[in-house]
Design a protein around this ligand. Structure first.
Ligand code: B1M
Length: 213
């Protein structure tokens, strides 16, 4: 079993989508826990990709092919991460903020929230504040979940909250935020309702905020 996780890990690191696709399937066929496959085989590999980029061993193209392999693996895991026993908990509109194309973490949060029983409106990445306002108006989600991976795009979380205020929608929806550079302190500074450092804590936070735990 360890060997399969290792192959998935290396597949992501080397950007080999086909290997990742095949090995994730083998792991599932062998009844491995999907959360274990995700955390130990895949998320760890992306952390190593980030490390190699930081020390100048990887460049953007390597990051990109690793990200593609990660997304292929996540696609296979998705339905297995759902917990069928949990009743619908609420509606979440989720997106990565304007200017930011990083969507792996956002997709993971989205998948885990869906697995936690939430109905998901996934708005993708590079989402304009105006789009969030329009979606809140039209679909009345309980929660807006914003992701940012760049220090330069984090301020667009505040811009989005301000846009909700201007549209008189701020008190109609909870706003939660996350992503590698985001902190609890920043959450308070911009007046968001909550921060989660990872996908599973995002589910707990969302449930707490709408009183479903
Ligand atoms: Co970029 N990138 N990238 N990148 N990239 C980072 C973020 C960086 C830290 C790398 C580095 O320098 N070490 C750095 C940011 C530096 C900074 O601002 N502080 C960086 C940079 C600089 C850039 C470019 C500017 C590079 C360039 O072009 N010169 C460029 C920007 C493009 C843009 O967005 N406009 C860029 C581009 C890219 C790729 C397109 C090549 C690719 C993204 C592909 C994709 O997402 N489809 C990419 C990647 C893959 C990364 C790294 C290597 C990995 C990110 C990732 O997917 N992590 C990243 C380095 C790193 O993070 N160590 C890096 C795995 C993922 C599971 O974790 O997204 O953190 P994460 O999500 C976690 C939590 O943060 C949390 O839960 C998730 C799961 O537990 N979370 C939330 C996330 N969102 C949440 C929302 C919530 C709650 C929790 O809502 C409530």
């Amino acid at each position: 079993m360890e060997a399969i996780l290792h192959e998935i890990y290396n597949g992501i690191l080397n950007g080999e989508s086909k290997t990742v696709e095949a090995k994730v399937q083998v792991a599932l066929d062998n009844k491995m826990n999907p959360k274990e496959i995700l955390d130990q085989g895949m998320v760890n590999a992306m952390a190593e990709v980030g490390h190699r980029y930081e020390i100048g061993e990887f460049y953007v193209p390597e990051m990109l092919i690793s990200a593609r392999a990660m997304l292929v693996g996540m696609g296979i895991l998705k339905s297995h991460l759902k917990d069928a026993n949990i009743a619908p908990a609420g509606k979440v509109a989720i997106g990565t903020v304007k200017g930011d194309l990083h969507d792996i973490g956002k997709n993971l949060v989205s998948m885990m929230l869906e697995g936690g029983g939430f109905e998901i409106l996934d708005l993708g990445s590079d989402v304009m504040p105006e789009k969030i306002v329009a979606v809140v108006k039209e679909f009345s989600p309980d929660i807006v979940a914003l992701s940012a991976l760049l220090t330069t795009t984090m301020p667009n979380m505040k811009v989005t909250i301000e846009a909700l205020k201007v549209a008189n929608l701020r008190d109609k929806v909870k706003v939660i935020i996350g992503g590698a550079p985001v902190t609890e302190v920043y959450t308070q500074q911009i007046g968001a309702d909550g921060y989660a450092p990872d996908a599973s804590r995002a589910v707990k936070l969302a449930k707490d905020l709408i009183g479903k735990r």
